[in-house]
Write a protein that binds this ligand. Sequence first.
Ligand SMILES: *[C@@H]1O[C@H](CO)[C@@H](O)[C@H](O)[C@H]1NC(C)=O
Ligand SMILES: *[C@@H]1O[C@H](CO)[C@@H](O)[C@H](O)[C@H]1NC(C)=O
Ligand SMILES: *[C@@H]1O[C@H](CO)[C@@H](O)[C@H](O)[C@H]1NC(C)=O
Ligand SMILES: *[C@@H]1O[C@H](CO)[C@@H](O)[C@H](O)[C@H]1NC(C)=O
Ligand SMILES: *[C@@H]1O[C@H](CO)[C@@H](O)[C@H](O)[C@H]1NC(C)=O
Length: 333
Amino acid sequence: MSDLNYLCIFFILVLLSTSSLPLLVSSAKCNKDDKKTLLKLKIGFGNPQDLSWNSDTSCCSWNGIICLSDTGRVIFLDISSANLSGTISPAIGDLPLVTQINIQYSPFLTGTIPHSITKLPLTSLTIRFTSLSGHIPTFLGELRKLNTLDLSGNRLTGHIPDSIASLPNLDRLILSNNKLTGRIPQSLFHGLTARNLLDLSDNLLTGDIPDSLGNADLSYIFLSGNNFSGDPSFIFGESKNLTQIDLSRNKFVMNLSTVGFPSYLAMLGLGQNLIYGSIPGSIASLEHLNTLNVSYNRLSGKIPTGGMMSLFDASCYSHNKCLCGNPLPKCRT
Ligand SMILES: *[C@@H]1O[C@H](CO)[C@@H](O)[C@H](O)[C@H]1NC(C)=O
Ligand SMILES: *[C@@H]1O[C@H](CO)[C@@H](O)[C@H](O)[C@H]1NC(C)=O
Ligand SMILES: *[C@@H]1O[C@H](CO)[C@@H](O)[C@H](O)[C@H]1NC(C)=O
Ligand SMILES: *[C@@H]1O[C@H](CO)[C@@H](O)[C@H](O)[C@H]1NC(C)=O
Ligand SMILES: *[C@@H]1O[C@H](CO)[C@@H](O)[C@H](O)[C@H]1NC(C)=O
């Protein structure tokens, strides 16, 4: 190869590296205060080996950290399966631009959520599948911008605080798989704005579900595996935008004959309740229905046919009062 060719390659390399230079600079930049805070958090987490946060490197290059490229300030903390232990250090409140926190799958992480978290402009807080315990802190209601709160799969006890129920922008509330007791606060999702998801499955919640859930424009409602009672028929209705409803394993009492099904319904779980009446024929016109289970109730009458109904086997209808017709034995005439 001639010297000229070498020169050419040299220039191409220089061009390539300068063109990617701004990107490198931004990822190398890391706000010094944020870095200090993250290192404190790491110590609180018991210095886990899986968390390669190292003071020699830019915090914006650490796993689970996303920074603003211009200032190097941390905006997103996403720590999954890092085997954290210890607790969440109160230092977490010293990351003033963090809007999203996602800490999950760390069964050795214990303690509670520190009060200092209320200093952050959070829109999303997820701490799931850890060993967080105690009550859900009332002060989470100070996070006025919060739209997602997911504290599922922890060891939380006590009631769902009113302060959370009335958060104005909350549109996904996921508290499943804890040991929560008491009733759903009356104020939950009050108002008519569009909401997305309520998941309170597998807790020890009791009582009627509040009227406010009849007006909330939800897509998903999961209440299975609690001790809820009363008549939940007001959450149904043909004009509702609900696509998935799971009320199974409770003590709900309703006359299913009177229920209008939301037209986009894809999943309906009603098993193991005290539901009576018959299955309305309109269920066969639900074009999206792919999961249905009404077993272990007090239903009677002929199972509707047509549409998606051929998808469901006998186990979806078993242990009722006197349901009949395909896939169960023929109705006696
Ligand atoms: C996770 O951390 C715990 C507590 O520090 C430790 O006992 C355990 O061995 C760790 N597990 C893995 C897979 O590293
Ligand atoms: C479940 O609710 C019923 C009332 O509907 C109550 O009598 C019973 O004690 C509750 N059971 C539990 C385990 O909370
Ligand atoms: C369903 O969604 C549409 C479009 O977002 C909305 O206009 C309508 O009010 C919703 N229906 C109900 C019953 O909330
Ligand atoms: C359930 O509702 C239907 C329709 O309104 C009614 O005909 C029926 O008698 C009700 N069943 C019971 C057991 O109340
Ligand atoms: C319906 O629920 C019952 C009771 O929980 C269960 O045994 C059955 O397998 C379920 N059927 C389907 C298709 O999931």
